[in-house]
Design a protein around this ligand. Structure first.
Ligand code: SF4
Ligand code: SF4
Length: 545
């Protein structure tokens, strides 16, 4: 049985900054005239469009197919016309192809968009459930955007998977979308959890909620009582950042550490966000793909912070307008996707909401990320103490700054979850996470270049092999041809001799036939004279004896 008696290393107690009133119900964001639906809203390769400009689609229609088993499908978020497939800047300057959908404002949904609805998790085959989750294009809605069906398949391949954890720990200041989901969709979360249990073969499920979030705890508890499912329990965890991190939450619940080079599956665990469970329930029981999510729109520059149910592809400018616009006079406010700790800077207000987009944080730069000039590292070691991943942040910083990326990689830079705890406590105010992101990007680029070089090398080797094979085939063909020619010449050389002897024999036969014929044709007087001459020759030869 899990409990929250354990603790994870490092971390920080952060002041909550949920700027919206928890009593405010989540509202549907206005449906914009244009949706920019990204083809790459997940970890893994982008989806491949399967619609043409001019085509009319309904909400839930498939508009891009998963390109590999690590990719996910993309569906129309409303009804309307496909107008174009164009590139658009997303987070961190990523340019991603998007399907531009001009909505017809009818918002007509496709009935049973994914096929027949299911009602009983225990009467449905695991593979059927996983297939449906894949068809619905569901990814982890906590921000990681990992394809959920891929995670489930990996679990099914390991019969040791025992326990599912639904992550409702929401320790980032400002973000409250998971809290809203637990308040309003508690029954759907539990139902989605039951589908995940049936899909994975796990026997138990825990819903982790931070202990300060009493309203969410009450809501989920009531839904649990109604479900009367003894396999499911609610576990309260302390409010400490980054409690919502997968590895940290597992350590809190089990006391076990996921190895730096391992996975939760190695411990028989799989984790999903609470909102992901809601999407799973909708896919199975309502046959609806993932076309919307809850987004927290907040920050001191937002007039009316709140949670919205937002259609995927909605430009964030529409959310800012729906939230009463900006209060801050800065014409170019700082835009972050995600919370103040782990959020990434957005290039502009045209960025569309994607599946992993949980929070839009808007404010002046000083409000979101202090712009104080950093000083030299004084080797105080504070960053080491708070690092929940057990890393050496100051050494990662030195190596990153010196462009010694491989040295940083050896110190497990990839295990850094970019929680920012080290940067918060750093007395020298060094923007440590920016250095880590820079180093990670450089390592990723180097890996891409390495893969390209390996690919080119493999292609060159394959080409050489092909050329050698073709050369060998040509040579073999040439030799076969030469042998055939030789054979033909020998046959041709043999043929004249036979022909000559045949001709000679024929000539001889002809000559003999002519002699016989000529003999028979002699006149009787000649024949008598020849007979007399023959007898005379015989007589003479007898006299001689
Ligand atoms: S907290 Fe800042 S100053 Fe202290 S060791 Fe880490 S990087 Fe250096
Ligand atoms: S950002 Fe990375 S290095 Fe810094 S505390 Fe978090 S996990 Fe550790």
């Amino acid at each position: 049985m899990l409990n929250a008696q354990h603790d994870f290393r490092g971390g920080l107690a952060l002041a909550g900054n949920k700027l919206y009133g928890e009593q405010a119900a989540t509202c549907a964001a206005p449906l914009p005239r244009h949706l920019w639906i990204p083809l790459h809203q997940h970890q893994g390769p982008p989806a491949v469009p399967c619609v043409q400009p001019g085509q009319h689609v309904l909400r839930g229609d498939l508009i891009a197919k998963a390109s590999t088993s690590a990719s996910v499908a993309v569906h129309a978020s409303s009804s309307g016309w496909v107008r174009a497939i164009e590139s658009r800047d997303l987070d961190q300057g990523r340019s991603v192809d998007c399907i531009l959908l001009e909505t017809d404002q009818q918002d007509q949904a496709r009935d049973e968009a994914l096929g027949p609805c299911y009602t009983d998790p225990d009467a449905t085959a695991a593979e059927t459930i996983i297939e449906r989750i894949a068809a619905a294009g569901i990814v982890g809605l906590g921000g990681a955007s990992f394809p959920s069906a891929t995670k489930l398949r990996a679990g099914v391949d390991r019969p040791t998977l025992e326990h599912i954890i639904l992550n409702g720990a929401e320790c980032e200041p400002y973000i409250s979308c998971d809290g809203a989901s637990m308040l309003e969709d508690a029954a759907a979360i539990i139902r989605g959890g039951q589908w995940l249990l049936a899909a994975s073969g796990a026997q138990r499920l825990s819903i982790a909620i931070e202990d300060h979030h009493q309203a969410a705890i009450d809501s989920v508890n009531q839904a649990l009582k109604r479900s009367a499912d003894a396999r499911i329990q609610l576990v309260q965890v302390p409010s400490r950042y980054p409690q919502g991190g997968e590895r940290q939450l597992i350590q809190s619940l089990t006391g076990l550490e996921v190895p730096l080079d391992g996975l939760p599956l190695d411990l028989g665990l799989a984790m999903f966000n609470v909102a992901t469970a809601v999407a799973v329930k909708q896919a199975l029981e309502e046959s609806q793909p993932l076309t919307e999510r809850i987004v927290t729109v907040t920050g001191t520059a937002i007039a009316q912070p709140r949670n919205w149910r937002v259609r995927l592809g909605t430009p964030i400018s529409e959310l800012i307008a729906a939230s009463g616009g900006l209060t801050h006079p800065d014409p170019a406010p700082r835009l972050l996707m995600g919370g103040a700790m782990m959020g990434v800077v957005l290039p502009d207000k045209d960025v569309p909401v994607s599946k992993g987009f949980n929070c839009l944080l808007v404010g002046p730069p000083s409000d979101i990320q202090p712009a104080a000039a950093s000083r030299a590292c004084i080797r105080c070691g504070d960053c080491v103490e708070v690092c929940p991943a057990g890393l050496l942040p100051q050494q990662l910083y030195w190596h990153s700054q010196a462009r010694e990326f491989q040295a940083a990689a050896k110190l497990h830079l990839d295990a850094c979850i970019e929680c920012g705890a080290c940067a918060v406590v750093c007395p020298s105010e060094i923007p440590l996470v920016q250095y880590y992101r820079y180093a990670k990007a450089e390592l990723a680029n180097a890996a891409v270049e390495r893969r390209k070089a390996e690919h080119a090398k493999a292609r060159y080797a394959a080409r050489e092999k092909r050329l050698q094979r073709e050369h060998a085939e040509r040579e073999a063909a040439r030799q076969r041809k030469q042998a055939a020619l030789l054979q033909a010449e020998q046959t041709a050389a043999a043929k004249p001799a036979d022909a000559t002897s045949a001709a000679v024999a024929a000539a001889l036969a002809k000559a003999r036939a002519q002699q016989a014929k000529a003999k028979q044709a002699l006149p009787p007087a000649v024949k008598a004279a020849q007979e007399r001459a023959r007898r005379q020759r015989e007589h003479n030869s007898g006299s001689d004896n």
